[in-house]
Design a protein around this ligand. Structure first.
Ligand code: PMP
Length: 421
């Protein structure tokens, strides 16, 4: 029988965090002001284990060449690495390489749904449903398409008491819709939406579903084929991988309805002066020189995650720390915590605001103590509006954060508030 997991202030520490942290060089950084870094800005972007940095560096040092274009050794090696990464990453997300399109980001993946699918399948009067809780990446492409095509855009509100989606309103909004675009996990509230329920509701109306899993993928293993969504957008940089790459997972039926988005080289079978014959499947969408170093880095990241992280234990750890922080922060005079990080399904995000210290100022004051948090509207202005604020501070936790960091953060925040309010 394994010994019980240790607990700090009632929070169960299920992970060997010191071992995990030893893989991340940046987490040992001392800032110019002499403070050790405490990185609580994981929802903006996660840090990278050394194996990811080394895999990318090795590519540039040893076998960098343009993939899919030549017959020399380096080109063969880089093509093989790009394609083996596709296979590995798709498998990690519970699907196969034919259902995955590399993109530059989660934002680009959502644009690919808008311009590669909706533009070919929706016409004036068709309905797209999104929600008030979304990141701008899951709002602005729909607004633009709506202007271009006369598509009706419906917003599902949030329940401002519970800080969840209003599922009754969702049920109504979905009536007659062609596409439902919903976030998997809110980047502001950390709430995990009931995506399985939304997929079922949408499919029963005959609508396609696009999930924005930019914040879901770092916290839970996605089994895309089982989940049944038609599209799912993911960003590598939020899950230990490099910046500059993400993907869109697509079900075969939805893929067969798509047409080209960005056009040019790499995605064609033949080009004449008059016309172009495009490649099939995912190859129709990966225009230009492939994201080789980024794919290789992402491959290393998913290998590392699989070897080192049990996602259920990580959830318990992250949730334990974030909910402890939220409950302590609610006790600090003048601090409001938005959302409900204590809720079992919530994922490591504590958005907060002080009633007299401006969010920007609080960001600087926290930085002075070594604490990196995000400040601003988090690219979710409709949600900010629904909550009646312009911006918040946001501390976001990942599996490499410790209870000691959380305690130091709460104590620093308490001191700052005492001194400056
Ligand atoms: N959706 C959500 C929920 C996000 O949090 C983010 C990143 N903040 C994005 C989409 C966009 O991701 P990227 O910046 O990598 O395109």
């Amino acid at each position: 029988m394994s010994p019980p997991s240790p607990s700090v202030r009632g929070v169960t520490i299920a992970l060997d965090v010191e071992e995990i942290r030893s893989h991340f060089p940046i987490l040992h950084r001392i800032l110019p002001n002499g403070k050790p870094l405490v990185y609580f800005d994981n929802a903006a972007t996660s840090q990278k284990p050394l194996v990811v940095i080394d895999a990318m560096s090795d590519f540039y040092k040893q076998y960098h060449a343009n993939a899919h274009r030549a017959n020399h050794t380096l080109a063969d090696e880089s093509t093989a690495a790009l394609e083996s990464a596709r296979d590995r990453i798709a498998t990690f997300f519970g699907t196969n390489e034919n259902q995955m399109i590399y993109t530059g980001s989660a934002t680009e993946a959502m644009n690919l749904v808008a311009y590669g699918w909706a533009r070919y399948n929706l016409e004036e009067g068709d309905v797209v449903v999104t929600t008030e809780m979304e990141h701008h990446a899951n709002i602005v492409p729909w607004q633009e398409l709506s202007k271009e095509r006369g598509i009706e855009l419906r917003f599902v509100p949030i329940d401002t008491d519970k800080f969840t989606l209003d599922y009754d309103a969702m049920e109504v909004a979905i009536q007659g819709a062609s596409l439902v675009c919903v976030g998997h996990v809110s980047n502001v509230l950390g709430v995990r939406n009931e995506i399985e329920r939304v997929i079922e509701m949408a499919h029963s109306e005959g609508a396609r579903v696009a999930l924005d899993s930019a914040q879901g993928a770092p916290h839970e293993r996605i089994n895309f084929d089982e989940l049944g969504a038609d599209f799912c957008s993911i960003a590598a940089h939020k899950m230990a991988g490099p910046t500059g790459i993400g993907c869109l997972l697509v079900r075969p039926e939805a893929l067969s309805e798509m047409g080209p988005f960005l056009t040019g080289g790499s995605i064609v079978k033949r080009v004449s002066k008059e016309d172009t014959l495009f490649q099939d499947g995912y190859a129709m969408f990966e225009t230009g020189t492939p994201r080789m170093a980024e794919a290789i880095g992402w491959h290393a990241a998913v290998d590392w995650l699989e070897e080192n992280i049990d996602f259920d234990e990580a959830h318990e750890h992250v949730h334990g720390i974030a909910s402890w922080m939220a409950s302590e922060m609610r006790e600090i005079p003048g601090i409001t915590v938005f959302g409900n990080p204590e809720m079992e399904e919530a994922i490591g995000v504590v958005s907060f605001l002080h009633d007299t210290i401006q969010a920007q100022d609080l960001g600087y004051l926290l930085d002075a103590g070594g604490f990196a948090v995000r400040t601003g509207h988090h690219c979710a202005q409709p949600l900010m509006e629904a909550m009646g604020v312009g911006s918040t501070n946001r501390a976001s936790v990942w599996f490499y954060n410790t209870m000691e960091e959380a305690e130091a953060f709460v104590s620093h925040l308490r001191n700052v508030v005492e001194r400056f309010s």
